[in-house]
Design a protein around this ligand. Structure first.
Ligand SMILES: Nc1ncnc2c1ncn2[C@@H]1O[C@H](COP(=O)(O)OP(=O)(O)O)[C@@H](O)[C@H]1O
Ligand SMILES: N[C@@H](CC(=O)OP(=O)(O)O)C(=O)O
Length: 423
């Protein structure tokens, strides 16, 4: 049994949806049905975030919602004739969404309401893809993943209850896969009381890994608009190298440092059950792409990874006292409390610096909570650069003409924070 994941780019328009049908049709007829995880079409999640923001601020969201409707209806018109029942299904989803949006309040429940709204992207995409597959005689059935992937209620970053999810997959998903392919949503989960949660932006890769782990799948393939896992983002670097084979460990570190091609949480469930992960191009489905698995390999080409929108925060004791374990623990507790992930940190005698993702609201509250103890300075709009498996030429190449605010190197990894990004 295999798991395929198609992201937003691979279902961004009618031609892309047709291409997914072609990929599924061309799979060997070995009676193994595939669990297909699909993300919202194109940039729909960003569009839904915009709609939600307007509803939350009690503004008129009609125009933003209409853009999303038009986008989806155009895809329907390109794929189906006017009588097809999919129109009614899509209409129903938009109606449900609109009804919910009218109940959104400018309350403390921002994240909870956010999840109920942005989840419609994946619901729409999975309904459309499933109907299209049936239409072109690829046997498939639609599955609502929310009663299957059971999570807690940490909205927007929900944690999976692995035992319940495993049971649900055994009882409700495995039997379906005996009959047909199954099309379900990435990114979503559900609470015990039937509310929708999301697993973190770009979390559909993780969904594929959750299902694969619970199904003991033979492999996972994530279909992308790139040839596979490259040593850098080709949108930022013109001369990338494809890794044909790479270990779970290398990949998890690349994803952690910010290689956005794979969601960082994807690797662990696969590595623990030794399920290989293929990254393949939906534009060249017959090309081998990259295999990520439990392997050893020689040193590979240096990987260049950028994390943008970073913030560097520096703390000093008010009375020039030394930074010690006690005041570090105060800082760490506040970082955890305001959900800041530490991307890089460094301490000197009287100061401590930490590089984190930037979030204006949370940063403000975080600083407020510590300003009685420390003198705090921060810079925003920074880029964190990482070179994995660096060599001196790769460092020279990346640091050229950049003002470096913080720098660190280990045996394998070189990192620095700079005001200058990559143009
Ligand atoms: N190391 C890398 N290798 C390949 N692609 C990368 C890498 N780092 C970043 N990317 C970017 O990831 C994109 C594909 O991931 P993503 O946009 O999340 O796909 P989807 O949303 O369709 O699943 C590529 O278009 C590429 O710009
Ligand atoms: N649609 C969600 C989840 C996701 O993973 O999307 P994609 O596979 O297109 O990155 C998001 O944009 O965050």
């Amino acid at each position: 049994m295999k798991v395929f994941k198609f992201g937003g780019a691979s279902v961004k328009d009618a031609a892309a949806v047709r291409n997914v049908g072609t990929i599924l049709k061309s799979q060997p007829p070995d009676n193994n049905f595939i669990l297909v995880v699909v993300s919202a079409m194109g940039k729909t999640t960003n569009g839904l975030e915009q709609v939600f923001e307007q509803a939350f601020q009690q503004l008129d969201f009609t125009s933003a919602l209409n853009n999303l409707k038009q986008y989806h209806y155009q895809i329907l018109q390109d794929l189906f004739t006017a009588q097809h029942p999919v129109y009614q299904q899509v209409e129903n989803l938009f109606q449900q969404l609109e009804t919910y949006l009218l109940t959104v309040t400018a309350s403390d429940f921002y994240d909870k309401q956010y999840d109920q709204v942005v989840s419609y992207g994946e619901l729409l995409a999975s309904v459309i893809l499933n109907e299209y597959l049936e239409h072109v005689e690829v046997p498939s059935t639609w599955l609502d993943c929310r009663p299957i992937i059971r999570t807690d209620s940490i909205w927007r970053e929900a944690k999976v209850d692995w035992n319940l999810t495993q049971n649900n997959v055994e009882n409700h998903v495995k039997p379906l896969l005996q009959e047909k392919h199954v099309v379900t949503q990435g990114f979503l989960g559900g609470t015990f009381d039937g509310l929708t949660t999301t697993l973190g932006r770009e979390g559909s890769d993780y969904t594929a890994a959750i299902f694969a782990h619970c199904l003991s799948a033979q492999s996972v393939t994530i279909w992308k608009d790139v040839a596979g896992l490259l040593n850098a983002d080709p949108k930022l670097f013109p001369d990338t190298v494809l890794y044909q084979e790479i270990s779970f460990q290398e990949t998890v570190e690349m994803a952690y440092y910010g290689a956005s091609v794979i969601h960082p949480k994807t690797i662990k469930p696969l590595a623990t059950s030794r399920i290989p992960l293929y990254v393949k191009s939906f534009l060249q489905p017959e090309a081998p792409g990259t295999i990520i698995h439990d392997c050893r390999h020689d040193k590979i080409a240096p990987a260049f990874i950028l994390k943008q929108q970073q913030c560097l925060i520096s703390f000093q004791e008010k009375d020039f006292a030394f930074i010690n374990e006690s005041n570090l623990s105060t800082i760490f507790a506040a970082l955890a409390n305001y959900r800041f992930r530490i991307n890089l940190m460094q301490n000197s005698a009287i100061s401590f610096s930490v590089c984190t993702d930037y979030d204006a609201n949370r940063l403000h509250l975080f600083i407020q909570s510590l300003q009685d103890h420390f003198t705090i300075h921060y810079n925003t709009g920074l880029t964190l650069f990482t070179i994995k498996n660096y060599d001196e030429p790769s460092i020279t190449r990346l640091t050229k003409e950049k003002e470096i605010l913080l720098e660190q190197r280990t045996r394998t990894t070189y990192q620095f924070v700079s005001k200058t990004g990559i143009s």
